[in-house]
Design a protein around this ligand. Structure first.
Ligand SMILES: NC(=O)c1ccc[n+]([C@@H]2O[C@H](COP(=O)([O-])OP(=O)(O)OC[C@H]3O[C@@H](n4cnc5c(N)ncnc54)[C@H](OP(=O)(O)O)[C@@H]3O)[C@@H](O)[C@H]2O)c1
Length: 315
């Protein structure tokens, strides 16, 4: 009996200890968020482009950055935010379809004509397809929309990003990058032939590609002031999550462990507004913390350049 009591008390104190540690961490994080607010860069002269900002995390990020001179929210469907756009004179919408590399090219040309410079680029748009689909040019769609088109968009707009202290590029990746095979052969995805479809892996692979993309663009831009980051926004209750059938079934349980879109935009805002000197170039961030640098020695970057050159999208 005494043994049982001692065991129970031991477990309780263990749990209490863990809760204390978690509470401490949370306190520290909140404290850090105060630091974040105190250390924001000035946005009044900044032009910011956010892809996939017609909904979810992207739109919340746009609202959080609304002190900027200009924010361009890009996507295919303005309807969801049309009425809200009236509240912000400095937020403009531009049509962008990442499903088609030709449209990405057109978008970049129009952007360059309309805006003199681009200080902060946030590649946020993304899909998590549950069925087999291909982009206009025949690439698997998770990979095409989440990785390949944002790569072309970023590459095309590089010359428009000023070589200034607070210029930056951000890729919204995901923790799903951990749900991938140990060795990913990206050549399989940089290919217009149909592929067998392990959808749950392909989304994660596209997000791993976003992390490699961030570290490789950081390398590519070495010696300039332009810095590059990737991030996990958390598990966020947006349309992306709502499409899963288990979501409606487990909604109350999932609700407890997930973030609102507003909370999901915190790390994007943190990376967009913290001074570059306080951040780690090329790193993947989670909950406003640098988790690690994922690098493949620029292999995917170089192969993507070769592919886009072969297809005539870049010189
Ligand atoms: N929600 C999560 O739990 C979670 C977790 C980890 C990472 N993420 C990442 O966070 C980012 C934002 O996701 P979210 O949760 O906010 O999803 P969401 O609410 O579904 O928003 C996705 C956005 O991407 C845009 N988009 C989709 N297809 C597009 C296309 N072909 N061309 C241009 N834009 C397109 C959509 O705009 P239009 O429909 O107007 O085109 C929409 O604005 C994604 O990169 C996602 O992978 C989300």
């Amino acid at each position: 009996m005494n043994k049982l009591l001692a065991l129970s008390l031991g477990s309780i104190s263990l749990i209490a200890g863990k809760l204390q540690i978690m509470g401490g961490i949370n306190y520290f994080r909140k404290h850090q968020e105060v630091q974040i607010i105190l250390n924001e860069i000035a946005l009044h002269d900044k032009t910011i482009l956010i892809t996939g900002a017609t909904d979810g995390i992207g739109w919340e990020t746009a609202k959080k950055l609304s002190k900027a001179k200009s924010i361009i929210v890009a996507g295919r469907n303005i309807e969801r935010i049309k009425s809200q756009l009236n509240n912000y004179t400095n937020i403009q919408y531009m049509y962008l379809d990442l499903n088609d590399l030709d449209k990405v090219q057109q978008f970049c040309e129009e952007f360059k004509k309309s805006y003199g410079k681009l200080d902060i680029l946030i590649n946020n748009a993304g899909v998590f397809n549950l069925d087999q689909k291909y982009t206009k040019q025949g690439f698997e769609q998770n990979f095409g929309i989440n990785y390949l088109s944002p790569f072309l968009l970023t590459y095309n707009l590089l010359g428009h990003i000023p070589n200034e202290q607070e210029s930056r590029i951000i890729f919204v990746a995901s923790r799903a990058h951990t749900d991938t095979p140990r060795q990913v052969d990206f050549n399989y995805y940089l290919n217009q032939d149909p592929i067998p479809y392990p959808w749950h892996k392909t989304y994660g692979i596209s997000k791993l590609a976003n992390m490699y993309e961030a570290s490789s663009f950081a390398n590519h831009l070495k010696g300039t002031n332009i810095k590059v980051y990737s991030l996990h926004p958390g598990v966020v209750r947006t349309n992306m999550l709502n499409q899963f059938q288990f979501y409606s079934f487990l909604a109350p349980f999932i609700w407890y462990f997930t973030k609102t879109p507003e909370q999901g935009s915190v790390t994007s805002k943190f990376l967009a507004t913290s001074p570059n000197n306080n951040l780690k170039n090329g790193y993947y961030y989670k909950d406003c913390y640098p988790k690690y640098l994922k690098s493949d020695d620029n292999v995917l970057f170089n192969n993507t350049i070769k592919l886009l050159q072969k297809l005539g999208y870049i010189k």
